[in-house]
Design a protein around this ligand. Structure first.
Ligand SMILES: [Zn+2]
Length: 469
């Protein structure tokens, strides 16, 4: 098997061989990339394409690891899936909020990923994601990341005026009227609707463009992945809005590889999806159709795909994601949160560290506001459903593990405790060496849980062969 490792490259120099190799892979998997061509509705893809960066594999799965110790255990889950003939590529993501809370260096994620790759002899693409990056903080991520999630949620609250929007609309390749996405799907955009969308989205698009150019000017010819995220807002976006965004990104020359819209429903951290699954399915499939149309019509990378920022553990929508991507023969990026930290807690529970877990719980209750406020929009903890400190003081390690593990069929599972622990990692960080020593002492128990969680609860249901998934 051919071995290639992007991350041993010096990003200050252009490695033409690697880029050619990736272009070669792209041409094999995406014949539409190589020249002007037609799609299933006989439209001609514009010549002069592609606006493309480098190959983002069809299936990618983002994992978080707050303390940076579980890279190899995480990666082994992906490796086990390759044994089933399914290739899903890991993306290590860590947000500025996590770095700040723990006090880790941005470079630590790159080190963790590279070390795991070497340890496990992973010879396929992998990525390090600068997650939810904004203008003020992008610079320190530039040398260490090759995947950038450009977050423009804040700019979605800023509107431009009608004159500016009209001028912008006259310069992009999107007019009001019926837009035929494929044989069976059409969008209808009125003049008013298009103007309204343009006014609301142009400032955010300009911000994306600025951020992209800043990264590009640092990376020069070195490849990187561009994700545009608009998920951290209150209301879901519509297929019409996504179409405008993609037309505008193309106009700005931003070769988006993946885009994370806000979907209907609630995506709380580490717990189940809250919402109507059929509403999610309808929205998700409509977005997939827009992506497929826009990548062709606007000469965006042919591998353009949706990204779902799941916040982890949205098991109820996994069957829908699985069937929609199969039905539409498209890719997906699923970005999970730092729930590996919860698997560390579960492993420590199984190893009998109940006293430490009780002490985390005691301190978390004490510092409720400090820990919960930064996550207020993505957690829903019912404090009345948490046990008293007196009751929890008698829990065995095994009980703690069952309370925290996301097994909905287990009657000891407590989603309120799980959410509270999810946001309480600052306490473990403050325990410093003491916590690190616990992680070292109970390595095998923790790694078993980290691996099992990613492999059995996430990768298999989403991507596994039918017989296993
Ligand atoms: Zn997000």
């Amino acid at each position: 098997m051919r071995v290639y490792d992007l991350h041993n490259l010096d990003f200050s120099t252009h490695n033409i061989r690697t880029v050619l190799f990736f272009v070669q892979i792209m041409s094999i998997q995406n014949p539409t990339l190589s020249s002007a061509s037609t799609d299933s509705t006989n439209r001609t893809r514009p010549a002069g394409i592609p606006i493309t960066s480098f190959y983002l594999p069809r299936l990618t799965f983002g994992v978080g690891d707050r303390f940076g110790c579980e890279g190899a255990a995480q990666l082994k889950a992906f490796q086990d899936l390759t044994q089933q003939g399914v290739f899903v590529h890991p993306v290590w993501n860590k947000s500025e909020r996590e770095h700040t809370t723990i006090g880790t260096e941005v470079s630590s994620v790159r080190s963790e990923a590279d070390t795991a790759i070497q340890e496990c002899a992973w010879n396929k693409p992998y990525f390090v994601d600068a997650d939810h990056i904004k203008g003020e903080i992008v610079d320190k991520y530039l040398p260490h990341s090759d995947f950038f999630t450009l977050d423009v949620a804040d700019d979605l609250g800023i509107h431009t005026n009608e004159e500016d929007a009209a001028k912008y609309l006259s310069s992009i390749n999107l007019q009001a009227g019926a837009i035929r996405l494929d044989e069976n799907h059409e969008l209808n955009l009125s003049e008013e609707q298009l103007m309204d969308i343009a006014k609301r989205f142009i400032p955010a698009i300009r911000k994306v463009s600025e951020l992209y150019q800043r990264i590009k000017s640092f990376k020069k010819e070195a490849p990187f992945i561009t994700e545009v995220s608009m998920d951290e807002v209150d209301s879901p976006q519509t297929p019409e809005e996504l179409l405008f965004i993609l037309a505008a990104l193309s106009h700005e020359g931003v070769p988006a590889d993946t885009i994370a819209p806000r979907f209907p429903g609630r995506f709380n951290k580490g717990v189940e999806y809250v919402g109507d699954v059929s509403v999610f399915e309808k929205s998700f499939e409509a977005m997939v159709k827009v992506i497929s149309y826009a990548s062709f019509a606007y000469s965006l990378p042919a591998h353009l795909k949706l990204s779902i920022h799941s916040g982890s553990d949205k098991f109820a929508i996994y069957p829908v994601i699985r069937s929609v991507i199969r039905r539409n023969n498209t890719g997906i990026h699923i970005k999970t949160a730092g729930t590996t930290w919860l698997e560390e807690c579960i492993g420590l529970g199984e190893a009998g560290e109940n006293e430490w877990l009780q002490s985390v719980y005691t301190r978390a209750l004490d510092r409720w506001d400090e820990l919960c406020t930064p996550y207020a929009s993505v957690i829903d903890i019912d404090r009345s459903k948490l046990p008293s400190l007196e009751a929890s003081s008698s829990y065995s390690g095994g009980q703690w593990a069952r309370i925290l593990r996301h097994e909905q069929s287990c009657n000891e599972y407590n989603l309120n405790m799980r959410q509270l622990f999810h946001v309480s990692y600052k306490i473990a960080a403050e325990d410093g060496e003491g916590f690190k020593n616990l992680l070292l002492k109970h390595r095998s128990c923790i790694e078993k849980n980290v691996h099992e969680n990613i492999y059995s609860r996430h990768l298999l249901p989403l991507f596994g062969p039918t017989s296993l998934g």
